[in-house]
Design a protein around this ligand. Structure first.
Ligand code: URA
Length: 215
């Protein structure tokens, strides 16, 4: 499913392109390309992460797949009825999302897991097209402050009016959308206790509730 994803020739971000070329040499069996989103464009929920991990989504070619962050995200989605099948950290595990699509602010793996503002802006073009194509979209769950800012920037909202607060429910009135903030499901956040599995399950419950509140 490579719709609304740059192909391997995307060269908007030179730093990411150079890193991709290095990784193709180092890890010839990895996906090593912009990682397409996972889930249907008809979904009512869009989850926006940061960027693929080197040995995770960049290896498997599916967002959060084989990344620690996916070990938190995917079971929580499944526990709330937003997925079926067994998540087994490989692209052909048959795991399916229900009413959810998962994407990233930046679709290429960045060095040291850090993206630049210019990269978020450049890749935002793709996320913008994707949001526009999701005609049933009601709720965007952003994982971390970078995804939060990326979505606001794309949709043209003032960042100063929508502070990133874990658990916040922002009404994006011009678009008839809700944006829910969560700390990123990264290993670092889990190990340091910034985010727990239970806290993240609560976020997914909020996401579920937001669908019915808007009816
Ligand atoms: N972390 C993210 O934010 N996105 C991925 O696809 C993988 C890890």
């Amino acid at each position: 499913m490579s719709f609304i994803c740059p192909d391997n020739k995307c060269n908007k971000c030179n730093r990411l392109l150079q890193f991709r070329i290095e990784n193709i040499k180092k890890f010839p069996n990895y996906y090593n390309a912009p990682v397409p989103s996972f889930g249907s464009l008809q979904a009512e929920i869009l989850v926006v992460g940061l960027a693929p991990g080197l040995n995770g989504a960049n290896q498997t070619g599916r967002p959060f797949t084989n990344d620690y962050a996916g070990d938190v995200l995917y079971p929580a989605l499944k526990n709330s009825g937003f997925a079926k099948g067994n998540y087994r950290k490989v692209i052909d595990d048959g795991f399916e999302l229900i009413n959810v699509r998962v994407s990233n602010a930046v679709r290429c793996v960045p060095p040291q897991n850090k993206v630049t503002g210019d990269e978020v802006k450049a890749c935002g073009e793709y996320l913008k097209q994707e949001i526009a194509a999701m005609t049933n979209l009601k709720t965007i769950l952003v994982l971390g402050a970078v995804a939060h800012s990326a979505v606001l920037g794309i949709l043209g909202y003032k960042k100063s009016e929508f502070k990133f607060v874990h658990g916040a429910n922002h009404q994006l009135k011009k678009h008839n959308l809700v944006m829910i903030d969560s700390y990123h499901t990264s290993r670092y956040n889990i190990n340091t206790g910034v985010l727990t599995f239970d806290m993240f399950e609560e976020i997914i419950h909020k996401v579920k509730k937001s669908l019915t509140e808007m009816l």
